[in-house]
Design a protein around this ligand. Structure first.
Ligand SMILES: [Zn+2]
Length: 439
C-alpha cells in the first residue's frame, strides 16, 4: 500500500547537509503537511508514495533553505547611502542620523517586505532579524510567508522607536506577546552591542532570555576599536565583560567576532556560544577577517549572515558562502580550510542550530519542515558539473535559484517569486522611500 503525500520533488542531486558531506543522486523528497516525510531514491518513491503533485528538477541540486543568521532587513531601504566609511563613522555620520529622521512602522514593514522578496528569491528561507518595530517586521514575514527570528532590539539611547532600554524591552516584549504563537515567527533578545548597552540592561536581558527560553543576538568584537574602548572603559574585553554579567550561554549568538584572542575563544567554547560570521560586511567596513578556522577548531558553532543591506550591500547568502570559503583559505594560507560541504553547512544547519531550531530546519531529514531551495545547474557557466557542492560554493549564485519552499509552500517557482505582493507593489515601496530619503 502506498502512502498519500502532498508533493514529491524529484531532483538530479540532493545535498541533505545531515549526514555531512553527502550528495545523493536521483533522489526524491516527499512532503506532507508542510513537513518532509521521506528522502529516498526516486524509483522507491514512485512505489511507496502517491502524491497529489510531483515536480521534476532534472538539472538541479536540492538543498535545505538557507538560514541568514544576521540581518537588519529594513536597511534594504538605505542600500548604498553610505559606502567607503569605517563602522563608527558609518553609524554616526550616515546610518543613525537617517534612521533618526525616517524610521517608523511603515519604514520597517515596507523595508522588510523588500528584503524578504530579495532573500526568498536568493534561496534564504529563515532570517535572524535585528531592527526596530519588531511587530512591523512580524507583519511583513507573516504576509510573505518567510520564517524569521525577530530580535527585540535594545539600546540605551533614544530613537523615534523608543526612549530608553526599558522602553525598548517593553515594546519588544509586547510585540512578542502578540506574535509568539505564529508557526513561522520566533523571537530573540537583541541588545545592539556592548558599546551601546549598559551592564544593568545586559543583566536584565540575561534574566529575560532564561525566563523566556529564547536566544540572545548581539554584535560583538566587530572592530579593534570596540575591544580597545571596552578595556579603557570597563577594564575588560567585551566578551569577558558579558561573561561576567552571565550573558554567555548556549543561546548566545555573537555577530561578527572578528577580533578574538585566545581568551575570547576559550570563553565562547566554554559557554557553547554561537557566532554569526558576516564576511562581506566585515570586508566592506574594513573591520577585519574573523578567525573562522580557529573558531571551528574550537568546535564553536558558526553560521553565516549578510548583515544589513547598507553594509553589504546584498542580502545574498550565496555570496557569503563564497566569501567565507575564500577568506578562510587565504587568511590561513591553507586551501584545505572550509571545504564546500562545510561552507554549505554553515549557511544551513549551523544557523538553524544557533537559533535553537536545529530539530526543525537546516537539513533535509524526515520530520523537519519542508524549507527547501533548488538551484538549476543547466547553464553554460554551470556545465559540466562533476561536484554540485563545489558548484554551489564557487560557481552558482542566487541567480541560479529556481524553486524555494517554506514549510512546503512554494515561494519561488521557476525563478519567479510567488508572493502575496507582486513585483510592482514591492518596487512601489522602494520608489516611495527613495523619494523620502532623498529629501
Ligand atoms: Zn549587524
Amino acid at each position: 500500500m502506498s502512502q498519500p503525500a502532498d508533493l514529491v520533488i524529484n531532483a538530479r542531486w540532493v545535498i541533505p547537509v545531515e549526514p555531512a558531506n553527502l550528495t545523493l543522486e536521483h533522489h526524491a523528497v516527499v512532503i506532507r503537511g508542510g513537513k518532509i516525510m521521506d528522502l529516498l531514491p526516486q524509483e522507491l518513491a514512485r512505489t511507496r508514495y502517491r502524491a497529489d503533485r510531483s515536480i521534476s528538477l532534472s538539472d538541479h541540486v536540492l538543498i535545505p533553505g538557507l538560514v541568514n543568521l544576521h540581518a537588519h532587513s529594513p536597511m534594504a531601504l538605505m542600500r548604498g547611502i553610505a559606502d567607503d566609511l569605517p563602522l563608527m563613522r558609518w553609524l554616526q555620520e550616515a546610518i543613525w542620523p537617517t534612521e533618526g529622521k525616517h524610521v517608523s512602522n511603515a519604514f520597517v514593514r515596507e523595508g522588510t517586505l523588500l528584503a524578504i522578496a530579495e532573500m526568498l528569491r536568493g534561496g534564504i528561507t529563515t532570517c535572524n532579524e535585528m531592527y526596530f518595530h519588531p511587530a512591523a517586521a512580524a507583519e511583513a514575514f507573516d504576509l510573505l510567508g518567510m520564517r524569521a527570528v525577530i530580535g527585540l532590539t535594545t539600546l540605551e539611547f533614544p530613537t523615534p522607536y523608543a526612549s530608553d532600554a526599558d522602553d525598548y524591552l517593553r515594546k519588544g516584549l509586547a510585540a512578542r506577546d502578540a506574535w509568539k504563537n505564529h508557526p513561522l515567527i520566533g523571537f530573540a533578545l537583541a541588545p545592539h552591542a556592548p558599546y551601546t548597552v549598559s551592564d544593568a540592561t545586559f543583566v536584565r536581558i540575561a534574566a529575560l532570555a532564561a525566563e523566556l527560553d529564547i536566544p540572545i543576538h548581539t554584535h560583538i568584537h566587530e572592530t579593534a576599536q570596540e575591544v580597545a574602548d571596552s578595556i579603557a572603559q570597563f577594564g575588560k574585553r567585551p566578551l569577558a565583560r558579558l561573561a561576567g554579567l552571565d550573558l554567555l550561554g548556549e543561546n548566545f549568538i555573537g555577530v561578527h567576532a572578528v577580533h578574538l584572542d585566545d581568551s575570547d575563544i576559550e570563553l565562547l567554547q566554554r559557554h557553547h556560544c554561537s557566532i554569526a560570521h558576516c564576511p562581506t560586511s566585515n570586508m566592506k567596513l574594513a573591520s577585519g577577517i574573523a578567525p573562522l578556522a580557529r573558531l571551528q577548531a574550537a568546535d564553536i558553532l558558526t553560521g553565516l549572515g549578510t548583515d544589513g543591506a547598507a553594509s553589504n550591500n546584498r542580502l545574498d547568502l550565496f555570496q557569503e558562502i563564497r566569501h567565507a570559503s575564500l577568506l578562510a583559505k587565504v587568511s590561513t594560507l591553507d586551501a584545505t580550510t572550509l571545504p564546500a560541504h562545510a561552507a554549505l553547512r554553515m549557511a544551513t544547519l549551523n544557523g538553524a542550530r544557533a537559533l535553537g531550531l536545529g530539530d526543525r530546519i537546516g537539513s533535509i531529514e524526515a520530520g523537519k519542515a519542508a524549507d527547501l531551495c533548488a538551484i538549476a545547474l543547466d547553464t553554460f557557466e554551470t556545465r559540466p558539473c562533476f561536484n554540485p557542492a563545489s558548484h554551489l560554493v564557487h560557481v552558482a549564485g542566487r541567480e541560479h535559484v529556481s524553486h524555494v519552499w517554506v514549510a512546503g509552500e512554494i515561494r519561488v517557482d521557476k525563478g519567479n517569486a510567488v508572493l502575496q505582493l507582486n513585483d510592482t507593489e514591492l518596487l512601489g515601496f522602494a520608489a516611495l522611500w527613495q523619494t523620502r530619503l532623498s529629501n
